[in-house]
Design a protein around this ligand. Structure first.
Ligand code: AMP
Length: 110
């Protein structure tokens, strides 16, 4: 599984940064966004270092499915089901800051 030495999300996933994981499985890990953009803001992060959604191949279908289903299940667990966003930012002009694929789970608005 590929990883990058200078990637903050690789460091988090490898346990090099003190982080609370809500979910960790063979495909992904979930942790809170350090600068939340909504009352609820979690990141669903691939364990493998894949830079962007544009790099996704057929072989990554299971990963993508797991990321989206995890987002849905987390929304239920956090009681925001029916009112949330799952967002991939892609590329610099698409608002991506961390080049390690992740899905934002945003919600909790009143
Ligand atoms: P994006 O702009 O889609 O690449 O999203 C990257 C997200 O990662 C931003 O919302 C950041 O606040 C968040 N982030 C950056 N560094 C960390 C970190 N060390 N722990 C948790 N979230 C982070």
């Amino acid at each position: 599984m590929s990883e990058a030495n200078d990637c903050i999300f690789c460091k988090i996933i490898k346990g090099k940064v003190d982080t609370e994981f809500l979910v960790k499985n063979k495909n992904l890990a979930v942790f809170e966004d350090i600068k939340p953009k909504a009352p609820v803001h979690y990141l669903i992060v691939s364990r493998e270092h894949i830079e962007t959604l544009d790099d996704i191949q057929n072989e990554n279908r299971e990963l993508l499915g797991d990321m989206i289903l995890t987002g849905k299940k987390m929304a239920e667990k956090l009681n925001i089901q029916g009112n949330y966003k799952l967002v991939f930012n892609v590329g610099e002009r698409g608002g991506q800051e961390v080049f390690h694929i992740h899905l934002h789970l945003l919600g909790g608005w009143k």
